[in-house]
Design a binder for this molecule. Structure first.
Ligand code: NAD
Ligand code: UGA
Length: 469
């Protein structure tokens, strides 16, 4: 029986390994983590992450061939294939701070693997890492090896949160990069045979290590660039009377461009787009490619511009001040169908409104009050460095109330601000909301989910992204 161990029981390690175990009953999969709380949650009825379909998959194989444990060294020593899916956040201090990837977690994982391994291992980079990381990992492993051989593979993950299970069941592609040696090719074939249990052969791409590492950064950069492109157009639509939905539809009909991922929004969020582009920018700079790094910087600049443009629109529409006004924020997660708030645009929008002294009531069906307060008190880039958690700012806490009901959140509000595209926001009783709000009642839809004409008929003043007023 092949034994797999995965370091990191997070948004990637947990679902990815659960699907491997589910699809390959003959493989034993153990997911380990340094966080006891996370492992306890994976072993409980309330999993640590909200992801549609995940409960059923875990239930189908936990205790059969899927296990969650904190006994890291034992399971690493026992396994044949070790996936490393630890966090790789942006560095907050030292060389490359604010751009480069912080590989502290990865390096300590590699040192531990070298230390405890008594048999040959395939070590798989599942985390998103800078191109050439495998070379560094290889050095750490071989220089600390106790006479065993390590083969390093790059197998980046392309799942999106909210659709992780569907993405893992039927991936557009699985990418495996390895050394172009006999041993390297053998390791690639071994990992390929795991995925071949459910992924068609023509969707499993094999490349050299550096292509696999760079393809992951490139894919995220291309995806984020699409959103910044459509968001840049949305600003021009607002200035000219064009409608971004019509423009995106017309543009996306060109089969060379395609219709997906063209929804204008308050800006992209999530733990990876910004982090991975910053990482790409840093690599370009280190290679002297200033023009290339400047090109990718613009994707992040437009995203920041879109978020501040949204805040400015709220403040200027509400007679240039929101001081003391109540604003209901609907949705805090970075996208629907997840409770993840990492780099959510809601943080920047709420901080902007708090800065203008608004009182905000926040409602999100999947995000806890604790999480929201922590996010609003934290400095940029600190969220993924658990050791650097900042204390909560007392002013921010005072101005924020977290509600568990939309109607409670919107009661007596001067404005409603939609920041996540939860399906339930499309079905709200807006007449009831309007009746209980201060007048004039404003709606600022940062996700273009409401029927603006219907709301205007009720009496709302409605602002959508990239659409005529
Ligand atoms: P996460 O923070 O949810 O999970 C990482 C886990 O690793 C944490 O639980 C942490 O405690 C654990 N960890 C850290 N050091 C460890 C060690 N030495 N041994 C064992 N466990 C350790 O992060 P994530 O969202 O799962 O992302 C992981 C990687 O995957 C990142 O590089 C990210 O860029 C990449 N990625 C994420 C997504 C996504 O949708 N979240 C998608 C594709 C790729
Ligand atoms: C993204 C990629 O889609 C995954 O392929 C990749 O594996 C992952 O990053 C990663 O490396 O972490 P994810 O961030 O989970 O996945 O979610 P997306 O669906 O890509 O959405 C990212 C952000 O862009 C969200 O805030 C979303 O609301 C926003 N978005 C997305 C738009 O504003 N408009 C769109 O048309 C699409």
């Amino acid at each position: 029986m092949v034994k797999i161990c995965c370091l990191g029981a997070g948004y990637v390690g947990g679902p990815t390994m659960a699907v491997i175990a589910y699809k390959c009953p003959e493989i034993e999969v153990v997911v380990v983590d340094i966080s006891t709380a996370r492992i306890d949650a994976w072993n409980s009825d309330r999993l640590p992450i909200y992801e549609p379909g995940l409960d059923d998959v875990v239930e189908g194989c936990r205790g059969r061939n899927l296990f969650f444990s904190t006994d890291i060294e034992k399971h690493v020593a026992d396994s044949d294939i070790i996936f490393v899916s630890v966090n790789t956040p942006t560095k907050t201090r030292g060389l490359g701070a604010g751009k480069a990837a912080d590989l502290t977690y990865w390096e300590s994982a590699a040192r531990m693997i070298a230390d405890v391994s008594k048999s040959d291992k395939i070590v798989v980079e599942k985390s998103t890492v800078p191109v050439k990381t495998a070379e560094a990992i290889e050095k750490i492993l071989t220089h600390n090896s106790k006479g065993v051989n390590f083969q390093i593979l790059s197998n980046p993950e392309f799942l999106a949160e909210g659709t992780a299970i569907a993405d893992l069941f039927s991936p557009d592609r699985v990418l495996i990069g390895g050394r172009e040696t006999v041993e390297g090719r053998k390791a690639v074939e071994t990992l390929k045979s795991v995925y071949a249990n459910w992924v068609p052969e023509d969707r499993i791409i094999t490349t050299n290590l550096w292509s696999a590492e760079l393809s992951k950064l490139a894919a995220n950069a291309f995806l984020a660039q699409r959103i910044s492109s459509v968001n840049a157009m949305s600003a021009l639509c607002e200035a000219t009377g064009a409608n971004i939905s019509e423009v995106a539809y017309a543009v996306g009909k060109d089969s060379r461009i395609g219709s997906k991922f063209l929804n204008a929004s308050v800006g992209f969020g999530g733990s990876c787009f910004q982090k991975d582009i910053l990482n790409l920018i840093y690599i370009c700079e280190c290679n002297g490619l200033t023009e290339v790094s400047d090109y990718w910087k613009q994707v992040i600049k437009i995203n920041d511009y879109q978020k501040s443009r949204f805040v400015n629109r709220i403040v200027s529409s509400m007679f240039n001040t929101v001081s003391g006004k109540k604003i209901a924020v609907l949705g805090f997660a970075f996208k629907k169908d997840t409770g993840d708030t990492r780099e959510t645009p809601a943080i920047d929008v709420c901080k902007g409104l708090i800065g203008d002294r608004a009182q905000i009531n926040i409602y999100d069906p999947q995000v806890t009050e604790d999480q929201i307060q922590r996010d609003l008190a934290m400095n940029k880039f600190d969220w993924d460095h658990p050791l650097h958690l900042q204390p909560m700012s007392p002013t921010a806490v005072k101005q924020v109330r977290v509600c568990w009901d939309v109607y409670e959140a919107t009661k007596d509000a001067h404005g409603v601000c939609i920041l996540t595209e939860w399906d339930e926001f499309k079905k709200l009783d807006f007449q009831k909301i309007y009746n209980n709000m201060q007048k004039p009642a404003f709606v600022f839809d940062g996700r273009n989910v409401v029927d603006a004409e219907k709301l205007r008929k009720i009496g709302f003043i409605v602002y959508m992204i990239g659409k005529p007023l």
